[in-house]
Every structure is written in structure tokens, then in C-alpha cells.
Design a protein around this ligand. Structure first.
Ligand code: F2R
Ligand code: MG
Ligand code: MG
Length: 343
């Protein structure tokens, strides 16, 4: 489809849900052989599957809150979004939330709470969470706002409702920007795509808070820029093994760094019968670790690039929440174009 077409919106939102549901199988696994990934994926094609058998986790549960809040309020409203997170958690606490964020979600349900950002600031002795819970639900911000500055501002605040450490909210901004650029067809030239992201993150990470957090966590001065430079170097080579990607980018670093990997996954080759979107999800699973979240985020970026036509129907039938995502994508598409005309 053309830039910011409905197909790209549906691709992004639905593939995020698919990545979460399909990736849940391997979350936390240290090593995931490609044979196990392919076996899992072939299983989705069998007649016996279907009817939303794979449930979505916290990634999609929270992204759905973001979507409903942005649509209902026609923009970002922190009170409304915080209320939705709290209500969703209390209605369905067993979706596999991070152990720390549960405390924030419980506090957000308190009617006497005056500052909705305070519970997140209190996390981890006042340091805030650097988990990837902000990034896993960031894609809808890119689907609601056509303006890049709005995407950055709303994604940062939306993440800060639960993640007040800069590595948590800046990772969310990186994910939203990747979806934003992908919607516009920027992945046609992957090198330029990464170069654009580096330029954006140079600015995003250029704050006192970011430098301070990076120092405390013994990270590079600008952790996301550093990872993106590594991704760019690896992409310039003709061949890179999966082990190398994992050891270069995923070990001995904070969970937030996982996010850099997803930008890379679409370039790898898997069985020829697989299209680009299927390859992205398969590769995300083979990385191991936080597979539901990596596949959810990579799925959203790849879905915005390849569009809804590349999503296998058999996968869609297996995953919970796909129909809702498809319907919401249409509504976000309308909101996005309404905003681009008015602003
Ligand atoms: N929680 C999980 N997976 C665990 C297994 C779930 C299992 N399948 C089940 O059903 O029980 N996955 C989900 O959590 C990740 C997103 O987490 P989020 O929202 O960022 O949570 P939190 O608690 O804020 O952070 C996660 C952990 O990171 C460490 N951490 C964060 N900031 C820290 C800090 N400043 N200092 C020290 N540690 C910090 C803590 O261990 C947190 O608990 C996604 O994968 C989602 O799928
Ligand atoms: Mg999850
Ligand atoms: Mg996860």
C-alpha cells in the first residue's frame, strides 16, 4: 500500500497481537532452536488449531488500553489512560505482567491518587523501571499521531505512567518512531531507516536524566544510539549469525536493549516459502528471552512495512484479539488522517 495506507495500519496493529500470542510459547527460554520455532509455526497451520487458542498477554492487554484511550479522547489523556491500565489489570491480572509493574497498576486504581505519574516514580527505590513494558505498548501512538513531535511526546508520557527510568520511556519512543517511519515506507531502504532513527535518538537521549540513568546503570552515554550503531555495522556485513546478534546485542545488557534487535530481524533469511512478515516473527522467536515482547514489537514494525496482505490467515485464526485489532486499526487510520488534515 501507499504511505500510511489502511493496509499498513492493519498490518501494524494485527501483527503486534500475533507476535505477542505466538511469541508467548518461548518467553523466558534461554535458547530456542530454529527447528522448535518452525515446529510451533507449522502447528498454527493445522486444522485442529483456530478460534483464538493462543491468548494474548500483558503486551496486548496494555496496548489495547492505549488504543481505546487515544480513540475515545481523540488524543493523549494521562488520567484516562492510567484508569484504563488499572481497570484492565484488575479485570484480568493473570496476563503475565512484570513483577514490579503490578504495584504501579494497583496504586493507579486508587481514586484518591492525585498525580498519575507518581506510582511509577516510586518504583525501584525511586529509580523507576527500565523494563520494556512502555515499549511493548508504544505502536498505537505512531498510529494515532501523524506528527513526529506528537508521537515522541505522547509515547514518552504514556510510558511514564509505569516506567519513569529514561531507558524505559526512551525505548518506547524508539519503538514508536520505528513504526512511524515504517508506516511511511522507510524500510524500503533499511540503512537509511536506521540512520534516521539514530538521528532522532541522538536528540531524544540528549537529556540530563538520560545521561544520569545511563551512568548509574553503567551504560554507554547514549545507550540506544550505541545499539543502533552496532545494528548498522552488522547490517553492512553480508552474513551475520544469529548467535552473533544475540551475543552482540542481547547478553549482559539491560532488558531495554532487546529493543534494538527487532529493528534488525527483517533482513534475515528463513525458508523461502515465508514472506517478510513471517520471517520477522520467526526470527524474533529464535532470539529467545523476551520472545512475546520482541515478536510483538518487531511484528508491529514489520506489519507497518509489509501491510495486512502479508499476514497469514491461519495465524490470525489462532490468536485472541485479532478481530478487535483489525477494527481498531481502521479507527486509528481515520483518526490519523483526520489529524493530518487539521494540523
Ligand atoms: N513478566 C513477563 N514475563 C515473566 C513471565 C510471565 C509468565 N509467562 C507468567 O504468566 O507468569 N513478561 C511481561 O513483562 C515484560 C514487561 O515488563 P514491565 O511492564 O516492564 O514490568 P516491570 O516490572 O516494570 O519491569 C520488568 C522487570 O525488570 C526489572 N527491572 C526494571 N527496572 C528495574 C530497576 N530500576 N532496577 C532493577 N530491576 C529492574 C525487574 O526485574 C522487573 O520486574 C514483558 O516481557 C511482558 O511480556
Ligand atoms: Mg507479555
Ligand atoms: Mg515479554
Amino acid at each position: 500500500g501507499g504511505q500510511a495506507s489502511l493496509s499498513r495500519f492493519r498490518g501494524a496493529l494485527v501483527s503486534g497481537v500475533l507476535g505477542d500470542c505466538i511469541g508467548g510459547e518461548f518467553e523466558g527460554a534461554e535458547e530456542v532452536p530454529m527447528e522448535s520455532v518452525l515446529e510451533h509455526l507449522y502447528g498454527l497451520d493445522e486444522e485442529t488449531r483456530g478460534d483464538g487458542i493462543l491468548e494474548y498477554s500483558d503486551d496486548t492487554a496494555m496496548a489495547r488500553c492505549v488504543v481505546q484511550s487515544l480513540l475515545t479522547r481523540t488524543g493523549f489523556d494521562e488520567q484516562d489512560m492510567a484508569r484504563r491500565f488499572a481497570k484492565e489489570y484488575s479485570a484480568s491480572p493473570g496476563r503475565g505482567y512484570g513483577s514490579g509493574v503490578i504495584q504501579v497498576l494497583k496504586k493507579l486504581s486508587c481514586p484518591r491518587l492525585s498525580d498519575v505519574f507518581q506510582p511509577a516514580r516510586d518504583q525501584f527505590n525511586g529509580r523507576g523501571s527500565f523494563g520494556n513494558g512502555g515499549a511493548m505498548r508504544a505502536a498505537p501512538f505512531a498510529l494515532a499521531f501523524p506528527d513526529k513531535a506528537d508521537v515522541k511526546r505522547s509515547t514518552r508520557l504514556g510510558a511514564m505512567l509505569t516506567h519513569s527510568c529514561s531507558l524505559g520511556y526512551n525505548g518506547a519512543i524508539l519503538q514508536a518512531l520505528a513504526v512511524h517511519f515504517s508506516l511511511q515506507g522507510a524500510l524500503e531502504t533499511p540503512q537509511k531507516f536506521i540512520t534516521n532513527l539514530i538521528a532522532e535518538m541522538e536528540e531524544v537521549e540528549d537529556t540530563e536524566a538520560a545521561r544520569n540513568d545511563a551512568r548509574i546503570l553503567k551504560e554507554a552515554d547514549k545507550p540506544f544510539c550505541e545499539r543502533l550503531h552496532r545494528v548498522k555495522e552488522l547490517m553492512e556485513r553480508s552474513k551475520v549469525s544469529i548467535e552473533e546478534v544475540i551475543s552482540e546485542l542481547a547478553t549482559n545488557i539491560i532488558p531495554a536493549a532487546n529493543r534494538a534487535l527487532l529493528l534488525f530481524s527483517h533482513v534475515f533469511c528463513l525458508p523461502q516459502t515465508y514472506n517478510g512478515l513471517e520471517r520477522t516473527i520467526a526470527y524474533s522467536l529464535a532470539l529467545g528471552g523476551d520472545t512475546d515482547t520482541i515478536a510483538c514489537m518487531a511484528g508491529a514494525i514489520a506489519g507497518a512495512h509489509y501491510g495486512s496482505e502479508s499476514i497469514p490467515q491461519t495465524w490470525m485464526r489462532c490468536c485472541e484479539g485479532v478481530e478487535d485489532a483489525d477494527r481498531d486499526a481502521e479507527r486509528l487510520h481515520a483518526l490519523y488522517h483526520q489529524m493530518s488534515q487539521s494540523g
